[in-house]
Design a protein around this ligand. Structure first.
Ligand code: CA
Length: 226
């Protein structure tokens, strides 16, 4: 995940960068609005952390320009001002969230993760479908041949990944990167445990299995085994 931090206060910029690097993000810093706009226009970021009071080009102006050009990169605005009118102005300009300084890094990280989760869902539509299996990305429930299946959040993440990559091998690394954070112990068998439970829910009582193990590689969602 690649994040652009547009912030002129070096101390704040470095504090955010350090925290994000520790959480396996890639980070670029722009020290003023003009450079921030240039990078946001020309690079592909998953998210932008945008301070509002910036030299050269104001944060709100940057955001308006970006949205006018049709760039829909998610944005979290940072500001020392916490007034309700500023918030409304920010949301009107197209920000996804708002954080008032000073803030704790954990708070920023939680909001970044929430936005990334939301934004990942939108371009693909509300439902993923494959061979009688439907995954509703709003309710986070699955349905197979009319049977509603309630999923835990980990099961949901794994199934979503499998459906987005249907008929292709999804490696264990892809699964752990999607469903767990960096503290995850790669040696543990927790992925297998979740796959087993997911399989129970999806394939049990069905004639055809959809989730298959690909020996030494990972898993695949497919109507017939490969
Ligand atoms: Ca500033």
């Amino acid at each position: 995940m690649r994040v652009l931090v547009v912030e002129d206060e070096l101390k704040v910029a470095n504090f955010i960068k350090k925290g994000l690097l520790e959480n396996n993000f890639t980070v670029d810093i722009a020290p003023d609005g003009e450079e921030g706009l240039f990078l946001a226009q020309n690079e592909n970021y998953d998210l932008i952390v945008l301070d509002l009071l910036l030299p050269k080009l104001d944060g709100l102006e940057l955001l308006k320009k970006l949205r006018k050009e049709g760039k829909d990169t998610p944005v979290i605005c940072l500001t020392a001002k916490g007034g309700i009118s500023d918030k409304i102005e920010g949301f009107n300009a197209g920000t996804d969230d708002y954080l008032v300084k000073p803030f704790r890094f954990a708070e920023l990280l939680a909001r970044i993760r929430a936005i990334l989760k939301r934004s990942k869902r939108t371009p693909e539509g509300a439902e993923l479908k494959y061979a009688g299996l439907i995954l509703n990305r709003h309710t986070r429930h699955a349905e197979r041949n009319g049977r509603i299946i309630i999923l835990t959040s980990k099961e949901y993440s794994i199934l979503e990944l499998l459906m987005l990559n249907k008929e292709q091998v999804v490696t264990r690394t892809m699964i752990t990167e999607t469903a767990w954070d960096y503290n995850f112990d790669l040696m543990s068998n927790v992925v297998d445990v979740h796959i087993r439970r997911l399989r129970e829910k999806i394939d049990r009582r069905e004639k055809k299995s959809l989730i298959h193990t690909v020996r030494g590689m990972g898993y695949v969602l497919k109507e017939t085994s490969i």
